[in-house]
Structures are given as C-alpha cells and as structure tokens.
Design a protein around this ligand. Sequence first.
Ligand SMILES: [Zn+2]
Length: 297
Amino acid sequence: MSSDETVHGEAVAANRLIERCPVGCQSDLVETSIVLPEGPLRRCSLCWQLVSQITAQDFAASMQEFNTPRGTLPTQRTQRRHDVRAARLCKTLSALIRAKSGGARLLDIGCSSGALLGSAKRHGFEVEGVEPAAQAAEHARSTGLTVFHGYLQDACYPAASFDAVTLMEVIEHLPDPQALLKEAWRILKPNGVLVVGTGNGASWTVRLVGAGWGYLHVAQHGGHISFFNPDSLRSLATQCGFSVERIETRRVSLADKQQAGRAVYGVLKVVAELMALPARWCGKGHDMLVFLRKAPA
Ligand SMILES: [Zn+2]
C-alpha cells in the first residue's frame, strides 16, 4: 500500500459515519471485496450486515436528492409497477391486521410526496405520514394528506395509535435503526404490523455483481449506507419487540443498463428473469419485504 493510500485510509477511518453494526452486534466489522468509491463495504462478522464507510458529511450531501416536491413519486414509466406493488402490500396488510372495511390507521414513515399514502387511502386505510424533507412533505400536504414534517421521534404520536406502520426504503439510510424501530413499536397498537421494505445484502445480485449493483451506491441512491439481510433484519426486529410474520424477497439483477452494452444487457436481463423465481423460493432476491408484528407485552 502506498503512503497516499494509507493517509486516505486513515482519513476515512477517522470520519466514518458507521463504526459498529447497526443491528447492535458486539462484533467486528471486516472489509469485504465489494469496493465502493468511499471504500470497501464492511460486514458484521456475526449477522453479515453490510455497512458503508461514508463520512457523515458525504452522507448528508447524498440525502439532498430527496428534498424536491416530486420526492419519490413514481414516474409515468414506473406508475403501473407502483400501483401493483401498493395494491399487493395493502391486501397483505389488511389480511394481517384483519382490517374491517374502512378505518384501519396506517402511518408511512419517510412518506416523501405521498405516493404510498395515496394508494393506501384508496384501499380504505386512514393514512398519515412523516417526512423530514420539507419540499416533499409540503407537496404531500398540498394533495390533502396529513403529513408531519420532521423525524418520527419528534412527531410524539400517542402510544398505540396505529394498526400498521410502513417503512419503505428508509431503514438502509439509518446509522442507528434501533431507535426508529422502538418508536414504531410504541406507536403501534398491540398486534399491529410494521412493514419494512429494503434491499437484501445477501441476495444473488450482491453475490454475483457486487459493487455493480446500483443500489449500493449513494451516487445512484442517495443515503444508502446499511444493507440488511433476512437474518440481520430478524435479529434487529426481535431486539425491538417484534415477531417476524413473513419475509419475502424478489428480483435478480445481473447488469446495469448504462454500463453493459445493449446486447449484453439484453442477454443478462433474460438470465436474471429466469433466476427470479428460484431466488424468490430461496430468499435470495434483492428486494426484501418484511412483515413484523408487535408482540403483545
Ligand atoms: Zn451485526
């Protein structure tokens, strides 16, 4: 290693945002062969959680992409996929909380401009949201949704307020997810359900393409710093008072459209589609959806 690399390595080590396993393991973080611009991803030697070596400053800068009026609203191209997935989510949630028609209360944490809230409302839920990005929260409010602008802990909802809480594409942004999950537990009614949607760090996609998976890069997905797998999420959930109802994973990706040539991308896309079903059966898909229940005290 050159002296420059050593100096760079020490500088990164001194300012890293995450210095211990976010799941709470008292275990070492060891470097992996998945090399990102901010340094190799590190892995908890106990639960295999993957964490970024990003600095607090670069993390904060990468989160700015969410502070727009559009937030994470689906585009024309992704609208149909959003609608299908939201409908499936609402159906599963309704079954799990045994919602009677009308009136189950749902809170979406990190609701952005309100895409999921709008869908859940159309499926009969009474909805509220929490969103720290000012412009996205304002947009959601302008469509008539009730949204708290800020962080969940500052919203001070009364205990046992909600039948369902959703946390979609949020947990991978958190250096300390325990505090958020404990607050979600507090505001859920007994037997209420928390849904966590995030990437799967133990997926075939990560195994096969490593740093080639765009999800791992803050340049493509601002704020992505902590990558769960079914076991690490189960461990975190249990520590925070939840029981695991079900864990689903789906999708495999073998190439990035921008990086691979058109022909190569086309072939790899077909192979990835063939692998999608077995990946689902084996819990190795890269999109993970986890349903957790607040175990009665
Ligand atoms: Zn761990």
